[in-house]
Design a protein around this ligand. Structure first.
Ligand code: DX5
Ligand code: ZN
Length: 223
């Protein structure tokens, strides 16, 4: 299994964004996790299409777009035009066209598609879509802000999802997002996560050293 690190640039210094993306890539991270917040689906507002376009021009890293926005179907084509390699949506947010049709739209646009499980959302809510997605994103905090503490309920969710993946013979990646640190990474990897999002724990301090430490922990726990 390939283990992927997806630094969330929500925690980056935006005055030095290009430099910091280059640093995570140089140290081995394969994805850039791009958190879009609309102030409606989640209380906060982050960044959107024009920033994505600039990031796309500046990096070859895979751009993993996490849309925390209401009715995301409206924006899929534009996100892909601006450089998104994958688009992940929240089940609760797909009110206009429905979840299945939003996922089909993402796939038609040529991007990879993902679905998200919020801490309060039962795994059964995404079960019908497991055969359609490239990735399931398990939120380990309430979506909306970086720098929160990982919720312990995440491990039970991961176990349940992993079992469904095994039973159904599915090939989707399992991504975890929120409060991932060097201290809980080992347990998350052992719980079946293979795409790891981290904001504060990567961008605070020495970025390249943090990325290398993350990979070292992954290596130690996947032998
Ligand atoms: C939260 C975002 C996360 C966040 C993670 O709503 O989806 O991607 O940036 O940041 P940390 O690792 O600081 O919790
Ligand atoms: Zn995210």
């Amino acid at each position: 299994m390939e283990y992927i690190l997806a630094p969330s640039i929500l925690a980056a210094d935006f005055m030095r964004l290009g430099e910091q993306i280059e640093a995570v890539g140089k140290a081995g991270a394969q994805y850039v996790h791009y958190d879009v917040m609309d102030g409606i689906y989640v209380p906060s507002i982050s960044f959107g299409l024009p920033v994505l376009k600039s990031v796309r021009k500046g990096t070859d890293l895979f751009l993993d777009c996490h849309l925390m926005i209401m009715d995301p179907d409206r924006y899929i084509d534009e996100f892909v035009e601006c450089g998104a390699d994958s688009i992940t949506v929240h089940v609760e947010a797909c009110r206009d066209t429905g979840v299945g049709s939003t996922l089909e739209h993402i796939r038609r646009s040529g991007a990879k598609c993902g679905i998200t499980l919020n801490p309060g959302t039962p795994v059964s809510a995404i079960e019908p879509y497991l055969g359609m997605v490239d990735m399931v994103l398990v939120m380990s905090v309430e979506p909306g802000f970086g720098g929160q503490k990982l919720l312990n309920s995440t491990y039970a969710k991961l176990a349940e999802l992993r079992e469904l993946k095994r039973l159904g013979g599915y090939g989707f990646d399992i991504e975890v997002d929120g409060g991932v640190t060097k201290d809980n990474l080992a347990e998350l990897v052992r719980a079946g996560v293979n795409v790891i999002v981290s904001g504060s724990s990567i961008f605070k301090g020495d970025i390249e050293a943090n990325v290398k430490d993350f990979f070292e922990i992954i290596k130690e726990n996947t032998k």
